[in-house]
Design a protein around this ligand. Structure first.
Ligand code: ATP
Ligand code: MG
Length: 372
């Protein structure tokens, strides 16, 4: 029996026609970025907040809503320089294959021509901006001064999970960059319920769901405060119910969906890691291989060989335990002290329990090759 009548509404990329529960954030962006841009003052905003709280959706919504401004959206997950991001935008504006060696002057010169032609001011949204903010603070400075230096009316919103103040050294200090910040907070259970309920109405036939089951889903997603988790649970549960030929989603379908999804392993979470951390996580995958777990000695031993094989130089000050702690705090690995058998002492063992190691290492590899 078919329960899903509009599958695309359960897709991660779906943008609802009206975006509820983020009205305040949209208003804040309109006041701090859009209005000033309209009246001729360019500026920079940092948007941040945990995974699944609607940052990307809100940005896409803004792109759809403010037609008087040219809103360029770039996902910068694999980018480490602002120049690359700008070149992608030029591409999007129809300038085919801009060369990587194009100077900033030519890049902004092209944007100026575009502005003169269309009469539109530009808002550049850089999503998944952590890597490029971290590795190219100078590019950030140049973009934020583009109006003064090149006469380009451009404002920029950078989107990341963590507040850039925590990972861009000197961003509030002598770099002279002025920016505003906007934090997206997690959704509470009532908000998750209303988001999931609305998605049911759009995507499913009426008989497929009731209040009880949607509350159950919202309750499961509450731990993460994430609308992505709620919607993914809904999508998987609906398909499982369809598969067993049921006319409604049952609580066991939701449990089965819960076992299938992995809120911890979103691409964006990996995107938060720097190159040392990615190499370390990849090494952990390698060490685990087909086994159940590995330990710190194995990882330490293989680390530099791995880095070399990717052509990456690890930071001299890199501390294996500190990186491990960060991976653990992010929910990517689990570790504990374990006895190695009689008189062999103890070792810190590391496990990855939420995703097949083969899938994870493939994702990491793609990211490393993008960055290195
Ligand atoms: N206020 C909302 N109303 C309806 N749907 C929402 C809302 N907020 C988020 N969603 C849905 O939740 C899912 C995740 O949202 P989104 O991708 O925007 O999160 P994010 O904050 O960008 O997460 P990440 O940091 O992992 O990229 C999307 O499917 C989106 O449609
Ligand atoms: Mg996002």
């Amino acid at each position: 029996m078919l329960l899903v009548r509009k599958p695309e509404a359960l897709d991660a990329a779906y943008i609802p026609d009206n975006l509820k529960l983020r009205e305040k954030e949209i208003q804040a962006i309109e006041q701090a970025v859009i209005q000033p841009l309209r009246s001729g003052s360019s500026n920079v905003m940092m948007v941040y907040g945990p995974s699944g709280v609607g940052k990307t959706t809100t940005m896409k919504f803004i792109q759809k809503t403010f037609g008087d401004i040219a809103v360029l959206y770039e996902n910068a997950i694999a980018h480490t320089s602002m120049r690359q991001v700008l070149l992608d935008s030029l591409n999007r504006l129809g300038r085919i294959n801009p060369s990587l060696f194009l100077s900033y002057e030519s890049i902004f010169g092209y944007l100026n021509k575009y502005q003169a032609r269309t009469g539109k001011k530009i808002l550049l949204i850089v999503d998944e901006a952590r890597n490029c903010l971290r590795s190219d603070p100078e590019g950030l400075r140049i973009i934020s001064k583009a109006h003064e230096t090149f006469g380009t009316m451009i404002s920029v919103i950078f989107v990341s999970i963590e507040n850039p103040i925590n990972f861009v050294p000197g961003i509030t200090g002598n770099m002279g960059i002025i920016f505003s910040t906007l934090r997206f907070r997690q959704y509470d259970v009532e908000e998750l319920y209303s988001i999931a309920m609305e998605r049911c109405r759009i995507a499913l036939i009426d008989e497929a769901y009731d209040e009880v089951i949607v509350r159950y889903i919202a309750g499961m997603a509450e731990q993460f405060g994430s609308a992505r988790v709620a919607i993914e649970l809904l999508q998987k549960a609906a398909h499982i119910a369809e598969y067993r030929n049921s006319g409604t989603i049952g609580s066991d379908d939701v449990r089965a969906a819960r076992a299938m999804i992995n809120p911890f392993f979103t691409e964006s979470k990996l995107g938060e890691l720097d190159i040392d951390e990615l190499i370390m996580l990849w090494t952990i995958c390698r060490c685990i291989g087909h086994g159940v777990r590995t330990n710190v000695s194995c990882v330490s031993k293989m680390l530099s060989d791995t880095a070399q094989s990717f052509g990456v130089k690890l930071r001299k000050s890199m501390n294996v335990y500190r990186v491990l702690r960060r991976l653990e705090n992010m929910g990517l690995v689990e570790s504990r002290i374990m006895g190695m058998g009689d008189r062999k002492g103890v070792n810190k063992v590391i496990e990855i329990n939420d995703l097949p190691v083969s899938v994870l290492s493939e994702k990491i590899e793609r990211l490393i090759r993008g960055i290195a």
